[in-house]
Design a protein around this ligand. Structure first.
Ligand code: F6P
Length: 386
């Protein structure tokens, strides 16, 4: 046998052995769904490392949520130790995500450029069976976990991992991404304070959170804001004006306000736009409206608005989020091993646990106006306008 032939035979043998060992491995599909947030990559890394150390498992990432599985061509990537090496410090998600398509609302472009949405969930469940995925992990917020629940009801062995900077999922005390967002908002406030003071201005910082005010409340306390407006505590502009008058009379001629994007005056609504029936509400304009109202109420100081926007979602996760995300990844794998599907990983009273998906999505978490946290803020003279 010549040398080339020996090499060819060796390569063929190697492929057979490799394919055989792959065949024996159990496959798991992982997707990141909805808006991204710091810590997603830390979850992927811990999940893959846990599976790899266990042995006998192969983790596949579906690119751009489940579009990777359902798309033509299919885009699934093997997530091995090398693929996740060192990614815990990276923002975003290495497997991408999307808010605009899913198995229940798969967009089909029409001749006139509009979209028709079809339900491909049954097809997706069948696809997972055909490929041989022993489990599916969906890392996402409230909307994504509602999708997980519907897929579970159709027989898909699925586990949910909660993520959102908004921290508004009732089943878990905290979601990863939240502390990172608070960190960014607090840093912005620290910077705003010095310029507000130099110019004797009122500087307003608008932060994310949809209908919940967690980012606003935490950053207002941490950053020493004078005013904090939350969706859960509708404000009265006259009360805010009186607070500012008292502050200015006391000698301080500047103020910094944190306004949650969903904040609204008493008797008014949050400023949200819903582009289509399937898209989520986009909040816009709460800070501008508040600035306008202050001017109309007779506040004479210069007023400027800063909209922090997606800066809060990008970049490296803070250590707290890396640790929480790593625990979530490991717990999700543990649940798969125990065969406990239809569950979402949670963190309650300092313990990593899980709840049925149904419970996870039925209970959004809002700031309680009577909580100790709000009491703390009020006790250090933060004005809510109530
Ligand atoms: O839910 C996370 C979040 O960042 C909200 O705080 C915010 O309202 C929304 O997503 C922004 O969504 P998009 O990225 O679609 O603009």
């Amino acid at each position: 046998m010549d040398k080339r032939r020996i090499v060819c035979n060796f390569v063929a043998l190697f492929q057979i052995v490799k394919n055989f060992s792959r065949m024996k491995k159990q496959k798991i599909l992982v997707a990141t769904s909805g808006g991204d947030c710091p810590g997603l990559n830390a979850v992927l890394r811990s999940f893959v490392k846990r599976a790899d150390l266990e042995g006998g498992w192969e983790v596949w990432g579906s690119i751009q949520s489940f579009s990777g599985l359902l798309g033509q061509p299919q885009d699934l990537r093997l997530l091995d130790r090398k693929a996740v090496s060192g990614i815990h410090i990276k923002g975003g998600t290495i497997i991408g995500t999307t808010k605009s398509s899913g198995p229940f609302n798969w967009p089909i472009k029409q001749a006139d450029g509009t979209f028709k949405y079809i339900d491909r969930s049954d097809e997706m469940v069948q696809m997972c069976r055909d490929i041989g995925f022993a489990a599916v992990v969906n890392i996402g917020g409230d909307g994504s976990q509602a999708m997980s629940k519907r897929l579970f009801d159709k027989g898909l062995p699925i586990i949910g991992i909660p993520k959102t900077i908004d921290n508004d999922l009732g089943a878990t005390d905290v979601t990863f991404g939240f502390q990172s967002a608070v960190d960014i908002a607090t840093e912005a406030l620290d910077r705003l304070v010095s310029t507000a003071e130099s110019h004797n201005r009122i500087l307003i910082l608008e932060v994310m959170g949809k209908n919940s005010g967690w980012i606003a409340l935490h950053s207002a306390i941490a950053g020493g804001a004078e005013i904090c407006l939350l969706p859960e505590i509708p404000y009265d502009i006259d009360k805010v004006k009186s607070f500012l008058d008292a502050r200015f009379e006391g000698g301080k001629k500047f103020a910094v306000a944190v306004v949650a994007e969903g904040a609204h005056p008493q008797g008014g609504d949050a400023l949200g736009v819903q582009a289509s029936e399937l898209s989520s509400v986009r909040f816009e304009g709460a800070a501008q409206r508040f600035a306008q109202e202050l001017k109309q109420a007779g506040v004479e100081a210069g007023i400027r608005c800063t909209i922090l926007g997606h800066v809060q979602r990008g970049g490296s996760p803070v250590p707290y989020d890396r640790v929480l995300a790593s625990q979530y990844g490991v717990k999700a794998f543990d649940l798969i091993q125990e065969g406990k599907f239809g569950q979402m990983v949670t963190y309650q009273s300092n313990k990593v646990s899980s709840v049925p998906l149904e419970e996870a999505i039925s209970n959004p978490k809002f700031v309680d106006p009577n909580s100790f946290l709000v009491h703390t803020a009020k006790s250090i003279n933060i004005c809510f306008g109530d």
